[in-house]
Write a protein that binds this ligand. Structure first.
Ligand code: SAM
Length: 329
C-alpha cells in the first residue's frame, strides 16, 4: 500500500474511533429520567409515536412467543417492556455505552411485576466485534435481532457495515428475523434537494449547512453529495440534533438500496420496509388492535385525534422501519 493511502486509512480509522467515543460519551451522559420525568419532555408526542412504531414492528415482524432476541444498541433498555409483552424467552442487550447498559440492567431488575424472561447485558461494539466473542456461544442461534435507532452508526465504513451484517447473519437461525429502525435516506436526499440553510459558524469546527426544524436538525460539515445513489455508499456523515435527546452526534447515511443489496450477500431477504408515517396510517386504518394500541400509548395530535402533527411529525417522518428474513441453513 502506498504511504499516502496508508496515512489516509490510519486517519479514517482514527476518525472512526473518535466518532465511536463521541457516540459512547453522548449516550453515557444522557440522563435516565424515569417514567414520570419522561412525560414532561417537550418531545413526548414524538417519543410516544416512535414507541408505538417499535411496538408494532416487534409485534408484527418478530416470530412470536418464546423467542431468543439480541438487541444491538439496546441503550437504556427502552424496549424491554415491548419484548416482555411479546413473551420472549431470552433477551440479550448489547450497547457500546457502559452507563446505558448499566441502566438497562437496572431497568430489567426493577421491572414490576417480575419479568418472566431471562435477560443479560453486555458492553461492546455490537457492529465491529463478533457477537460470538461477547455472548455465550450456547445462546446461538437466536430467533430475532433488533436494532432500533442504532444501525446507522455501522455505515461509517463498508468494513463496519459488513461486520455488522456478518454478526446478524451468523447469529440468526433459519427464518430468523432482523428488524430495526433507521433514518430514511430518501428523506435525507429530499432535505438536501430542498436547499440547505447556512450553518452558524462554530470555532474549531467546519460546518456547511443543515435542514430540519425546531425539533430535529441534520447538519453537514461539507457540501453533501448530490448523487441520488450516495456513491460511494459508506461514510456519508452528518451530525444529528433531536430536541431533548440527541445533541449533535455524528451519524451516517444508510442508502437503503445499498443496505438491501449488501444484506442479500449475507442471506438476508427484505420482507418489510415502511417509512414511519405511512406505517402509522396503514396500521391504524387497517387494524383495530393497532388503533387501540395507539390510544393506549397516547399517540395523539393536538386536537385529540390519533396521530402526530407539527414539527414533531416531520421529525418522525425522518425514519423508516425494516425487517429481513434469514434464508438458508
Ligand atoms: N435502541 C435504543 C432505543 O431505541 O431506545 C437506543 C437508541 S440510541 C438513539 C442509539 C444507541 O446505539 C445508543 O445507546 C448507542 O450507545 C448505541 N450504539 C451506537 N454505536 C454502537 C455500537 N457500535 N455498538 C453498540 N451500540 C452502539
Amino acid at each position: 500500500m502506498e504511504k499516502r493511502e496508508a496515512r489516509a486509512q490510519a486517519a479514517a480509522q482514527q476518525g472512526d474511533q473518535v466518532g465511536d467515543s463521541l457516540v459512547r460519551n453522548h449516550y453515557n451522559q444522557a440522563p435516565e429520567r424515569g417514567v414520570v420525568a419522561r412525560q414532561s419532555s417537550p418531545i413526548i408526542k414524538l417519543r410516544n409515536f416512535n414507541n408505538f412504531i417499535k411496538s408494532v414492528l416487534i409485534q408484527k415482524q418478530s416470530l412470536g412467543f418464546g423467542m431468543r432476541v439480541i438487541d444491538m444498541g439496546c441503550g437504556k433498555g427502552g424496549d424491554l417492556n415491548k419484548w416482555s409483552r411479546q413473551r420472549v424467552r431470552d433477551y440479550i442487550g448489547v450497547d457500546i455505552a457502559d452507563v446505558s447498559v448499566q441502566q438497562a440492567s437496572e431497568r430489567y431488575h426493577n421491572m414490576q411485576p417480575r419479568p418472566r424472561f431471562y435477560a443479560e447485558f453486555h458492553v461492546a461494539d455490537a457492529f465491529g466485534t463478533p457477537l460470538i466473542d461477547i455472548i455465550n456461544p450456547r445462546a446461538f442461534p437466536v430467533d430475532c435481532i433488533s436494532s432500533q435507532f442504532a444501525m446507522h452508526y455501522a455505515f461509517a465504513t463498508e468494513e463496519l457495515a459488513r461486520s455488522m451484517l456478518t454478526n446478524v447473519s451468523n447469529s440468526l437461525c433459519r427464518d430468523g428475523v432482523f428488524l430495526g429502525t433507521i433514518p430514511n435516506s430518501d428523506k435525507i436526499l429530499e432535505g438536501i434537494a430542498g436547499g440547505l440553510k447556512e450553518s452558524e459558524p462554530k470555532e474549531g469546527e467546519e460546518r456547511y449547512g443543515y435542514f430540519g426544524n425546531s425539533v430535529y436538525k441534520v447538519e453537514f460539515n461539507t457540501p453533501p453529495t448530490k448523487d441520488q445513489a450516495f456513491r460511494p455508499p459508506f461514510g456519508h456523515k452528518y451530525t444529528f440534533y433531536l430536541q431533548d435527546a440527541i445533541n449533535n452526534v455524528p451519524e451516517y447515511v444508510v442508502p437503503f438500496e445499498v443496505f438491501r443489496a449488501l444484506a442479500s450477500d449475507y442471506n438476508l431477504e427484505l420482507i418489510y420496509k415502511k417509512p414511519f408515517l405511512e406505517m402509522f396510517d396503514e396500521e391504524v386504518k387497517n387494524d383495530l388492535n393497532m388503533a387501540r394500541l395507539a390510544e393506549r400509548m397516547k399517540v395523539f395530535k393536538e386536537d385529540g385525534s390519533l396521530g402526530i402533527d407539527g414539527d414533531q411529525r416531520e421529525a418522525c417522518g425522518f425514519y423508516l422501519a425494516f425487517a429481513f428474513r434469514k434464508l438458508g441453513a
